[in-house]
Structures are given as structure tokens and as C-alpha cells.
Design a protein around this ligand. Sequence first.
Ligand code: SF4
Ligand code: SF4
Length: 222
Amino acid sequence: MIVAQRKNIPELLSIVEKHRKVLLLGCGTCVTVCLAGGQREVSIIASALRMVAKLKNRALEVEELTIERQCDNVFLEQAAEAVKNTDAVLSLGCGAGVQALAERFNGKPVYAGLDTAFIGILEERGVWAEKCAACGQCVLHLYGGICPITRCAKKMMNGPCSGSREDRCEVNPDRPCAWQLIFKRLKEIGQLDRLKEIKPPKNWRPSQSGGCRTIVREDHRV
Ligand code: SF4
Ligand code: SF4
């Protein structure tokens, strides 16, 4: 899922400083799961914004709504009426959701209320970790399902770097060495021989360099 975290209340207040009536719009998908922008967070953040605005003698009306998905036009229609009736939208969706909103409701200011961080999973209660950088050409099959791009601090495609200490990464000792995990996993699945193959430099062309990436499926076009 996409993992995000909320901006703090003073920053949110300054983002909407030009407006008197704001729609705080949550998203019911990834950001709900990572506890950043679902219905519960909409309610908490709306209350905090109202309270702090009142303390500062600032006129601010905050409407609340959460839709199933902000990154999908089909669901954006659920917000159309509420968007029409406010001065601006403060989105608690990911960066894709915020931009989908801005494209659908052009002419209405739309702001990001979250910092979108990465594609990841919940590792343990309260801890989310990055697992995929959307590099555009997945090589997980070569590494026992452990991504060297996101999980090795040096992005080593032919590791390890020999700096790890007691299974910890030398760059970030809070995290396990990805290459130790790769070795362990390949051993478990009987594919250690993969480590004998020197991997060629990764093709970064499908990655983020070069602007906005698109995928075109001719069989789905009308
Ligand atoms: S190899 Fe690329 S697509 Fe696959 S998990 Fe890693 S970053 Fe994501
Ligand atoms: S210690 Fe392991 S995870 Fe850290 S940079 Fe070296 S090989 Fe990568």
C-alpha cells in the first residue's frame, strides 16, 4: 500500500490560511490502512483544526467527508456536492489522490494534508517500512523476493557490501542488512546458486527519471 503521514496542525492551518470554509477529505483505501487519512483521522484532524483556529480567533469552518478512493474518478463524484459548497479542499489522500482531485475539480483550490512517503507494509504495530520504489522493472525473482533497491541502503544489485554488523545494515543499524535477508531467503528456498550469477547493471529507463511515466493498455482503450 501507499504509506503516508499527516502534516502537523500548524502546517495544515497555514496551508488553508486563505480560506474560511474548507472540506477535509479523507480516503478509504491505503491511507486508512496506514492510519493517516481515513474517516477516523478526518474526524480527529477536523476537531484539532477547529480548536486551534478558535484559539487563534480565526474564522474557519471545516466540513468532513471520506470517500472510498481519491485516486479514482468514479469515487470522486461522491465528493462533488461537498466540494462545490466549500472554498477549498484539504485532502488526506496520497499525492495521486490530491492530483486526481485537482484535475477533476479544476478551479477549486486543492491542498495536500499528508506527506506521501512510500510503498510499504506494516512490519509491526506502529511501524511501516518501505518495500518497493516502483522502479518499473521488478527483479524480485532474482533475490528471493527481497528488494535490494528499497531495502539495501546502497541499492546493491550484487551484494553484500561487507559492512554489515550482526545482521544490521552499516548505513542504518536500525534496519536488517537486506543482503543477509536475501541470502537467508535464497537458502530457505534452495536457490543459493542465484548468488553465483553476477547481475548486470539494472535498466533504470523504466524508473522515475524522465518525467511522468504512463502505462498504455491498448486492449482497454476505447
Ligand atoms: S525491484 Fe523494483 S518493482 Fe520490484 S519491489 Fe523493488 S523497487 Fe519495487
Ligand atoms: S550492510 Fe547490507 S543493507 Fe546495508 S548497505 Fe551493506 S549490503 Fe546493503
